[in-house]
Design a protein around this ligand. Structure first.
Ligand code: FES
Length: 155
């Protein structure tokens, strides 16, 4: 990431600590995640210690420290899905994609995360790929859904 890449974003915010969350949101919207260089730039701009920026960004689940894939796979871990086997679905997704929860494939095609509920509890267990839901899953269906994925080390 070039330092100048963030300049247009930073320049829309005043140089004050109380803009921190909005500034982090804007930077993440620009880059897709918050790399260490962006954390440094935000800290300098908002005039707060780097540790405070990390503290705030770690507190809110909306902020990511790793790049996301073009296809965001979200396995539901809500109550209904949990009861109907979400753990097995996540394990199979991890095995098939070759990454763990919170990681992105080396080619940046897939990232894998878990979410609280995707609103299809009656069809659990579920996952979504870029918002498109796959329901009533089994490990076999997960394998089939991602069978063309080339496994690769995460970033
Ligand atoms: S708990 Fe999984 S869709 Fe609601």
């Amino acid at each position: 990431m070039e330092a100048t890449e963030l300049r247009p974003v930073l320049d829309t915010f005043e140089r004050r600590p109380d803009v921190l969350i909005s500034l982090l949101q804007a930077v993440q919207a620009r880059l897709g995640y918050l790399p260490p260089e962006a954390i440094d730039a935000v800290a300098r701009h908002a005039r707060v210690p780097r540790s405070r920026v990390y503290g705030v960004a770690s507190f809110y689940s909306q902020f990511r420290f790793n790049p996301v894939g073009r296809q965001r796979v979200a396995v539901c871990r809500g109550t209904a899905c949990h009861v109907s086997g979400a753990r097995l679905i996540l394990e199979e997704a991890e095995r098939t994609l070759g990454i763990h929860e919170g990681e992105t494939t080396a080619d940046r095609e897939y990232s894998l995360e878990t979410v609280a509920c995707i609103g299809c509890c009656g069809l659990s267990p579920c996952l979504s790929v870029n918002g498109e839901v796959s329901a009533k899953l089994t490990p076999k269906k997960v394998r089939k859904q991602f069978r063309t994925v080339k496994k690769g080390a995460p970033e």
